[in-house]
Design a protein around this ligand. Structure first.
Ligand code: XLS
Ligand code: CA
Ligand code: CA
Length: 438
Protein backbone atom coordinates (compact mmCIF):
# COMPACT_ATOMS: atom_id res chain seq x y z
CA UNK A 1 0.00 0.00 0.00
CA UNK A 2 1.40 3.35 -0.96
CA UNK A 3 1.05 5.92 1.80
CA UNK A 4 3.10 8.75 0.46
CA UNK A 5 1.97 9.99 -2.90
CA UNK A 6 5.42 10.92 -4.13
CA UNK A 7 7.74 9.22 -6.63
CA UNK A 8 11.22 7.93 -5.92
CA UNK A 9 13.68 10.82 -5.57
CA UNK A 10 16.32 10.71 -8.29
CA UNK A 11 19.56 12.60 -8.89
CA UNK A 12 18.82 15.07 -11.67
CA UNK A 13 21.83 17.39 -11.53
CA UNK A 14 22.35 20.96 -10.44
CA UNK A 15 20.40 22.56 -13.30
CA UNK A 16 17.19 20.80 -12.32
CA UNK A 17 14.31 22.91 -11.04
CA UNK A 18 12.44 19.90 -9.66
CA UNK A 19 12.26 20.32 -5.87
CA UNK A 20 11.72 16.58 -5.49
CA UNK A 21 15.09 15.62 -6.95
CA UNK A 22 18.71 15.66 -5.81
CA UNK A 23 20.86 18.39 -7.36
CA UNK A 24 24.17 17.33 -5.79
CA UNK A 25 23.66 14.05 -3.96
CA UNK A 26 24.54 11.41 -6.52
CA UNK A 27 24.89 8.16 -4.54
CA UNK A 28 27.04 6.51 -7.21
CA UNK A 29 29.53 9.36 -7.68
CA UNK A 30 32.93 8.52 -6.27
CA UNK A 31 34.98 10.80 -4.03
CA UNK A 32 38.47 9.53 -3.20
CA UNK A 33 37.44 6.17 -4.72
CA UNK A 34 34.43 5.71 -2.42
CA UNK A 35 30.79 6.18 -3.36
CA UNK A 36 29.00 9.22 -1.97
CA UNK A 37 26.41 6.93 -0.43
CA UNK A 38 29.16 5.20 1.57
CA UNK A 39 30.78 8.45 2.71
CA UNK A 40 27.41 9.84 3.71
CA UNK A 41 25.73 7.15 5.76
CA UNK A 42 22.44 9.07 5.99
CA UNK A 43 19.79 8.19 8.52
CA UNK A 44 16.20 9.33 9.04
CA UNK A 45 15.16 10.20 12.62
CA UNK A 46 11.88 8.43 13.36
CA UNK A 47 10.70 10.93 15.96
CA UNK A 48 10.91 14.11 13.92
CA UNK A 49 9.71 12.54 10.70
CA UNK A 50 6.82 10.36 11.81
CA UNK A 51 5.79 11.69 15.22
CA UNK A 52 6.31 15.45 15.15
CA UNK A 53 3.21 17.35 14.09
CA UNK A 54 4.30 20.97 14.41
CA UNK A 55 3.21 21.48 18.02
CA UNK A 56 5.10 24.33 19.69
CA UNK A 57 4.88 26.20 23.02
CA UNK A 58 2.15 28.43 21.61
CA UNK A 59 -0.03 26.14 19.57
CA UNK A 60 -1.17 22.69 18.58
CA UNK A 61 0.01 20.69 15.59
CA UNK A 62 -0.34 21.92 12.03
CA UNK A 63 0.56 18.69 10.24
CA UNK A 64 -2.02 16.07 9.27
CA UNK A 65 -0.36 12.84 8.20
CA UNK A 66 -1.84 9.77 6.45
CA UNK A 67 -1.35 7.68 9.63
CA UNK A 68 -3.36 10.09 11.77
CA UNK A 69 -6.61 8.51 10.65
CA UNK A 70 -5.76 5.31 12.54
CA UNK A 71 -7.18 5.54 16.03
CA UNK A 72 -5.91 2.28 17.51
CA UNK A 73 -2.37 3.09 18.77
CA UNK A 74 -0.94 -0.28 17.70
CA UNK A 75 -2.44 -0.01 14.18
CA UNK A 76 -1.07 3.50 13.93
CA UNK A 77 2.37 2.33 15.08
CA UNK A 78 2.47 -0.26 12.28
CA UNK A 79 1.33 2.20 9.63
CA UNK A 80 4.11 4.57 10.69
CA UNK A 81 6.59 1.76 10.18
CA UNK A 82 5.18 1.19 6.70
CA UNK A 83 5.64 4.91 6.11
CA UNK A 84 9.25 4.72 7.36
CA UNK A 85 10.03 1.91 4.94
CA UNK A 86 8.41 3.70 2.01
CA UNK A 87 9.97 7.06 2.87
CA UNK A 88 13.53 5.76 3.21
CA UNK A 89 13.21 3.65 0.04
CA UNK A 90 11.99 6.66 -1.94
CA UNK A 91 14.80 8.85 -0.59
CA UNK A 92 17.45 6.16 -1.01
CA UNK A 93 18.40 6.44 2.69
CA UNK A 94 19.70 3.19 4.15
CA UNK A 95 19.47 3.89 7.89
CA UNK A 96 17.09 5.16 10.53
CA UNK A 97 17.25 5.89 14.28
CA UNK A 98 14.55 5.70 16.93
CA UNK A 99 13.73 5.98 20.64
CA UNK A 100 11.85 3.07 22.20
CA UNK A 101 8.80 5.28 22.81
CA UNK A 102 8.72 6.60 19.25
CA UNK A 103 7.63 3.31 17.76
CA UNK A 104 5.19 1.76 20.25
CA UNK A 105 2.68 3.10 22.79
CA UNK A 106 3.27 2.84 26.55
CA UNK A 107 1.08 0.54 28.63
CA UNK A 108 0.15 0.81 32.32
CA UNK A 109 3.27 -0.98 33.53
CA UNK A 110 6.70 -1.46 32.07
CA UNK A 111 5.77 -5.11 31.44
CA UNK A 112 2.79 -4.02 29.31
CA UNK A 113 4.89 -1.41 27.53
CA UNK A 114 7.53 -4.01 26.72
CA UNK A 115 4.83 -6.27 25.26
CA UNK A 116 3.68 -3.54 22.89
CA UNK A 117 7.28 -2.88 21.97
CA UNK A 118 7.96 -6.56 21.24
CA UNK A 119 4.98 -6.76 18.86
CA UNK A 120 6.11 -3.69 16.95
CA UNK A 121 9.76 -4.77 16.92
CA UNK A 122 8.73 -8.10 15.33
CA UNK A 123 6.89 -6.20 12.64
CA UNK A 124 9.72 -3.71 12.18
CA UNK A 125 12.28 -6.48 11.93
CA UNK A 126 10.33 -8.22 9.19
CA UNK A 127 9.83 -4.97 7.24
CA UNK A 128 13.55 -4.11 7.60
CA UNK A 129 14.49 -7.53 6.28
CA UNK A 130 12.27 -7.14 3.20
CA UNK A 131 13.44 -3.64 2.39
CA UNK A 132 17.10 -3.72 3.46
CA UNK A 133 16.65 -0.72 5.77
CA UNK A 134 19.20 -0.76 8.61
CA UNK A 135 19.28 0.62 12.13
CA UNK A 136 22.02 3.20 12.72
CA UNK A 137 21.15 3.50 16.41
CA UNK A 138 18.50 2.88 18.97
CA UNK A 139 17.99 4.77 22.21
CA UNK A 140 15.62 5.08 25.16
CA UNK A 141 13.35 8.04 25.81
CA UNK A 142 14.10 8.85 29.45
CA UNK A 143 12.65 12.36 29.39
CA UNK A 144 9.04 12.60 28.12
CA UNK A 145 7.17 10.72 30.84
CA UNK A 146 6.55 12.81 34.02
CA UNK A 147 8.29 10.12 36.10
CA UNK A 148 11.56 11.58 34.76
CA UNK A 149 10.82 15.01 36.18
CA UNK A 150 14.05 14.94 38.23
CA UNK A 151 16.08 13.07 35.64
CA UNK A 152 16.61 9.35 35.08
CA UNK A 153 20.03 8.01 36.08
CA UNK A 154 20.58 11.27 37.98
CA UNK A 155 17.15 11.36 39.62
CA UNK A 156 17.00 11.88 43.40
CA UNK A 157 14.53 8.94 43.42
CA UNK A 158 16.08 5.45 43.33
CA UNK A 159 12.86 3.96 41.88
CA UNK A 160 13.32 6.19 38.86
CA UNK A 161 16.94 5.02 38.52
CA UNK A 162 15.64 1.44 38.54
CA UNK A 163 12.92 2.21 35.99
CA UNK A 164 15.42 3.91 33.68
CA UNK A 165 17.81 0.96 34.00
CA UNK A 166 15.07 -1.51 33.09
CA UNK A 167 14.07 0.67 30.15
CA UNK A 168 17.63 0.94 28.82
CA UNK A 169 18.10 -2.81 29.31
CA UNK A 170 15.14 -3.40 27.01
CA UNK A 171 16.23 -0.71 24.54
CA UNK A 172 19.67 -2.34 24.18
CA UNK A 173 17.98 -5.70 23.67
CA UNK A 174 15.77 -4.43 20.86
CA UNK A 175 18.65 -2.52 19.28
CA UNK A 176 20.55 -5.81 19.22
CA UNK A 177 17.51 -7.66 17.88
CA UNK A 178 17.37 -5.17 14.98
CA UNK A 179 21.13 -5.37 14.34
CA UNK A 180 21.64 -1.75 15.40
CA UNK A 181 25.18 -0.58 14.66
CA UNK A 182 25.27 1.85 17.61
CA UNK A 183 23.35 2.71 20.76
CA UNK A 184 22.97 6.34 21.88
CA UNK A 185 22.79 7.82 25.37
CA UNK A 186 21.50 11.36 25.23
CA UNK A 187 21.09 12.69 28.76
CA UNK A 188 17.44 13.76 28.43
CA UNK A 189 16.96 15.35 31.85
CA UNK A 190 20.34 14.43 33.32
CA UNK A 191 21.27 17.82 34.72
CA UNK A 192 19.88 20.30 37.19
CA UNK A 193 17.71 23.39 37.53
CA UNK A 194 19.27 24.68 40.77
CA UNK A 195 22.22 23.58 42.86
CA UNK A 196 20.19 24.51 45.94
CA UNK A 197 18.40 21.15 45.79
CA UNK A 198 21.10 19.11 44.03
CA UNK A 199 23.77 16.69 45.23
CA UNK A 200 25.90 17.08 42.13
CA UNK A 201 28.53 14.63 43.29
CA UNK A 202 26.01 11.84 43.91
CA UNK A 203 24.22 12.54 40.62
CA UNK A 204 27.44 12.34 38.61
CA UNK A 205 28.52 9.19 40.44
CA UNK A 206 25.11 7.65 39.70
CA UNK A 207 25.31 8.58 36.05
CA UNK A 208 28.64 6.76 35.87
CA UNK A 209 27.18 3.77 37.76
CA UNK A 210 24.29 3.67 35.31
CA UNK A 211 26.56 3.75 32.25
CA UNK A 212 28.82 1.09 33.65
CA UNK A 213 25.80 -1.18 34.31
CA UNK A 214 24.84 -0.64 30.67
CA UNK A 215 28.37 -1.59 29.56
CA UNK A 216 28.18 -4.78 31.66
CA UNK A 217 24.78 -5.72 30.29
CA UNK A 218 25.79 -5.15 26.65
CA UNK A 219 28.76 -7.40 27.22
CA UNK A 220 26.60 -10.02 28.90
CA UNK A 221 24.12 -10.28 26.00
CA UNK A 222 26.78 -9.90 23.31
CA UNK A 223 25.65 -6.54 21.93
CA UNK A 224 28.54 -5.48 19.69
CA UNK A 225 27.29 -2.05 18.61
CA UNK A 226 29.19 1.11 19.49
CA UNK A 227 27.96 3.00 22.58
CA UNK A 228 27.69 6.74 21.93
CA UNK A 229 27.09 9.68 24.24
CA UNK A 230 25.44 12.75 22.77
CA UNK A 231 26.56 16.02 24.38
CA UNK A 232 24.15 18.91 24.92
CA UNK A 233 24.70 21.92 27.21
CA UNK A 234 21.13 22.87 28.15
CA UNK A 235 17.48 22.07 27.33
CA UNK A 236 15.52 20.64 28.92
CA UNK A 237 17.53 21.32 32.09
CA UNK A 238 19.34 24.57 32.76
CA UNK A 239 22.63 22.67 32.93
CA UNK A 240 22.97 19.29 31.22
CA UNK A 241 25.79 17.17 32.60
CA UNK A 242 26.91 16.09 29.09
CA UNK A 243 27.58 19.76 28.26
CA UNK A 244 29.93 19.35 25.29
CA UNK A 245 32.58 16.96 23.93
CA UNK A 246 35.23 18.07 26.41
CA UNK A 247 32.87 17.70 29.41
CA UNK A 248 31.82 14.22 28.32
CA UNK A 249 35.40 13.08 27.81
CA UNK A 250 36.48 14.42 31.19
CA UNK A 251 33.52 12.63 32.82
CA UNK A 252 34.27 9.33 31.08
CA UNK A 253 37.94 9.50 32.04
CA UNK A 254 37.14 10.40 35.65
CA UNK A 255 35.14 7.16 35.95
CA UNK A 256 37.38 4.96 33.77
CA UNK A 257 34.65 4.52 31.13
CA UNK A 258 36.46 6.09 28.17
CA UNK A 259 37.18 2.92 26.23
CA UNK A 260 33.50 1.99 26.03
CA UNK A 261 32.08 5.16 24.49
CA UNK A 262 32.41 7.45 21.53
CA UNK A 263 30.44 10.61 20.83
CA UNK A 264 27.39 11.39 18.74
CA UNK A 265 27.79 15.07 18.01
CA UNK A 266 24.83 17.23 17.08
CA UNK A 267 25.33 20.51 15.22
CA UNK A 268 22.59 22.39 17.07
CA UNK A 269 23.92 21.25 20.45
CA UNK A 270 27.37 22.57 19.53
CA UNK A 271 25.81 25.96 18.78
CA UNK A 272 24.02 25.96 22.15
CA UNK A 273 27.34 25.20 23.86
CA UNK A 274 28.86 28.27 22.20
CA UNK A 275 30.99 26.21 19.84
CA UNK A 276 31.03 25.72 16.11
CA UNK A 277 30.03 22.25 14.93
CA UNK A 278 33.52 21.71 13.55
CA UNK A 279 35.05 22.62 16.92
CA UNK A 280 33.11 19.77 18.54
CA UNK A 281 34.01 17.39 15.71
CA UNK A 282 37.69 18.36 15.84
CA UNK A 283 37.83 17.93 19.61
CA UNK A 284 36.28 14.47 19.37
CA UNK A 285 38.44 13.50 16.38
CA UNK A 286 41.78 14.37 17.92
CA UNK A 287 40.75 12.40 21.00
CA UNK A 288 39.75 9.38 18.91
CA UNK A 289 36.08 9.48 19.94
CA UNK A 290 34.28 10.89 16.89
CA UNK A 291 31.57 8.25 16.46
CA UNK A 292 28.53 9.64 14.66
CA UNK A 293 26.72 12.91 13.99
CA UNK A 294 23.22 14.35 14.32
CA UNK A 295 22.95 16.58 11.29
CA UNK A 296 20.85 19.71 11.67
CA UNK A 297 21.33 23.40 12.31
CA UNK A 298 20.12 25.93 14.83
CA UNK A 299 19.28 29.58 14.44
CA UNK A 300 22.03 31.82 15.75
CA UNK A 301 19.53 34.53 16.69
CA UNK A 302 17.19 32.30 18.67
CA UNK A 303 19.47 30.42 21.02
CA UNK A 304 17.36 27.30 21.39
CA UNK A 305 17.35 23.83 19.90
CA UNK A 306 15.41 24.45 16.69
CA UNK A 307 16.61 21.26 14.92
CA UNK A 308 16.36 22.69 11.40
CA UNK A 309 17.47 20.79 8.33
CA UNK A 310 21.10 21.59 7.50
CA UNK A 311 21.33 23.97 4.53
CA UNK A 312 24.50 25.87 5.38
CA UNK A 313 27.17 24.70 2.92
CA UNK A 314 29.97 26.39 4.83
CA UNK A 315 29.14 24.41 7.98
CA UNK A 316 28.78 21.08 6.15
CA UNK A 317 32.08 21.68 4.33
CA UNK A 318 33.95 22.16 7.60
CA UNK A 319 32.08 19.22 9.15
CA UNK A 320 32.89 16.90 6.25
CA UNK A 321 36.51 18.08 6.41
CA UNK A 322 36.69 16.68 9.96
CA UNK A 323 34.81 13.54 8.99
CA UNK A 324 37.09 12.80 6.02
CA UNK A 325 40.14 13.42 8.21
CA UNK A 326 38.58 11.00 10.70
CA UNK A 327 38.55 8.32 7.98
CA UNK A 328 34.73 8.47 7.92
CA UNK A 329 32.24 7.73 10.66
CA UNK A 330 31.36 4.05 10.23
CA UNK A 331 29.81 2.33 12.11
CA UNK A 332 28.36 5.78 12.85
CA UNK A 333 26.60 7.90 10.28
CA UNK A 334 24.80 11.13 9.51
CA UNK A 335 21.43 11.14 11.24
CA UNK A 336 19.05 13.96 10.30
CA UNK A 337 17.91 14.96 13.76
CA UNK A 338 15.88 17.67 12.08
CA UNK A 339 12.26 18.63 11.72
CA UNK A 340 10.46 20.65 9.12
CA UNK A 341 9.23 24.05 10.29
CA UNK A 342 5.73 24.31 11.76
CA UNK A 343 4.60 26.21 8.67
CA UNK A 344 6.08 23.58 6.32
CA UNK A 345 3.17 21.27 7.05
CA UNK A 346 2.70 19.50 3.72
CA UNK A 347 3.81 15.90 3.38
CA UNK A 348 6.17 16.75 0.53
CA UNK A 349 8.04 19.10 2.88
CA UNK A 350 9.33 16.00 4.72
CA UNK A 351 10.98 14.93 1.48
CA UNK A 352 12.18 18.41 0.58
CA UNK A 353 13.77 18.86 4.04
CA UNK A 354 15.73 15.63 3.69
CA UNK A 355 16.68 16.39 0.08
CA UNK A 356 17.99 19.80 1.21
CA UNK A 357 20.05 18.16 3.96
CA UNK A 358 21.41 15.43 1.70
CA UNK A 359 22.34 17.87 -1.07
CA UNK A 360 24.00 20.20 1.46
CA UNK A 361 26.09 17.35 2.87
CA UNK A 362 26.96 16.16 -0.65
CA UNK A 363 28.24 19.66 -1.45
CA UNK A 364 30.09 19.75 1.86
CA UNK A 365 31.71 16.41 1.06
CA UNK A 366 32.85 17.58 -2.38
CA UNK A 367 34.19 20.89 -1.09
CA UNK A 368 35.98 19.22 1.83
CA UNK A 369 37.56 16.68 -0.54
CA UNK A 370 38.75 19.60 -2.67
CA UNK A 371 40.31 21.27 0.38
CA UNK A 372 42.12 18.08 1.29
CA UNK A 373 43.18 17.41 -2.30
CA UNK A 374 44.55 20.93 -2.80
CA UNK A 375 46.34 20.60 0.51
CA UNK A 376 46.74 24.35 1.01
CA UNK A 377 45.32 24.34 4.53
CA UNK A 378 47.38 21.31 5.55
CA UNK A 379 50.51 22.92 4.10
CA UNK A 380 49.80 26.18 5.88
CA UNK A 381 49.34 24.50 9.24
CA UNK A 382 52.42 22.35 8.72
CA UNK A 383 54.49 25.43 8.03
CA UNK A 384 52.91 27.40 10.88
CA UNK A 385 54.19 24.91 13.44
CA UNK A 386 57.49 24.18 11.72
CA UNK A 387 59.48 25.70 14.59
CA UNK A 388 58.80 22.46 16.47
CA UNK A 389 60.54 20.35 13.82
CA UNK A 390 64.10 21.24 14.77
CA UNK A 391 66.26 22.88 17.38
CA UNK A 392 64.64 23.88 20.64
CA UNK A 393 61.13 23.15 19.26
CA UNK A 394 62.05 19.54 18.55
CA UNK A 395 63.47 19.24 22.05
CA UNK A 396 60.14 20.47 23.49
CA UNK A 397 58.21 17.91 21.43
CA UNK A 398 60.59 15.11 22.36
CA UNK A 399 60.31 15.93 26.06
CA UNK A 400 64.02 16.46 25.99
CA UNK A 401 64.39 19.84 27.69
CA UNK A 402 64.01 21.63 31.02
CA UNK A 403 62.88 25.05 32.23
CA UNK A 404 66.55 25.89 32.82
CA UNK A 405 67.52 25.03 29.27
CA UNK A 406 64.57 26.98 27.85
CA UNK A 407 65.57 29.99 29.91
CA UNK A 408 69.15 29.70 28.78
CA UNK A 409 68.00 29.47 25.15
CA UNK A 410 65.81 32.56 25.20
CA UNK A 411 67.18 34.85 27.86
CA UNK A 412 69.44 36.99 25.69
CA UNK A 413 67.31 37.10 22.50
CA UNK A 414 66.36 40.68 21.78
CA UNK A 415 63.43 39.97 19.48
CA UNK A 416 61.13 37.08 18.72
CA UNK A 417 59.88 36.78 15.13
CA UNK A 418 56.21 35.80 14.63
CA UNK A 419 54.47 35.16 11.33
CA UNK A 420 50.95 36.10 10.23
CA UNK A 421 48.09 33.66 11.00
CA UNK A 422 46.53 34.56 7.61
CA UNK A 423 42.94 33.82 8.57
CA UNK A 424 41.50 35.81 5.65
CA UNK A 425 43.71 33.98 3.13
CA UNK A 426 42.47 30.64 4.53
CA UNK A 427 38.83 31.75 4.47
CA UNK A 428 39.16 32.59 0.79
CA UNK A 429 40.53 29.09 0.17
CA UNK A 430 37.41 27.61 1.78
CA UNK A 431 35.18 29.88 -0.30
CA UNK A 432 37.00 28.89 -3.47
CA UNK A 433 36.63 25.20 -2.70
CA UNK A 434 32.89 25.64 -2.15
CA UNK A 435 32.42 27.71 -5.29
CA UNK A 436 34.36 25.17 -7.35
CA UNK A 437 31.91 22.37 -6.54
CA UNK A 438 28.62 24.29 -6.81
C1 XLS B 1 17.52 16.13 21.89
C2 XLS B 1 18.38 15.10 21.32
C3 XLS B 1 17.73 13.74 21.12
C4 XLS B 1 18.76 12.68 20.91
C5 XLS B 1 18.23 11.30 21.06
O1 XLS B 1 17.86 17.29 21.92
O2 XLS B 1 18.90 15.59 20.12
O3 XLS B 1 16.80 13.78 20.10
O4 XLS B 1 19.39 12.79 19.68
O5 XLS B 1 17.62 11.09 22.28
CA1 CA C 1 20.22 14.62 18.67
CA1 CA D 1 18.58 18.91 19.00
Amino acid sequence: MELLNIKKIEYSGKESKNPLSFKYYNPEEEIFGTKMSEHLRFSVAFWHTFNANGTDMFGIGTMIRPWDKYTDPMDKAKVKIDALIEFTEKLGVKYFCFHDRDIAPEGKTLRETNKNLDLIVDYLKQRMKESGLKLLWGTANLFSNPRFVHGAATSCNADVFAYAAAQVKKAIEITKELDGENYVFWGGREGYETLLNTDMELELDNLARFLSLAVDYAKKIGFKGQFLIEPKPMEPTKHQYDFDSAHVLAFLRRYGLEKHFKLNIEANHATLAGHTFNHELRYARINGVLGSIDANQGDLFLGWDTDQFPTDIYATTLAMYEILKNGGLAPGGINFDAKVRRASFELEDLFIGHIAGMDTFALGLKAAAKLIEDGLIDEFIEERYSSYKEGIGKKIIDGDTTFEELEEYIIDKEEIQNKSGKQEYLEIIVNQAIISVI
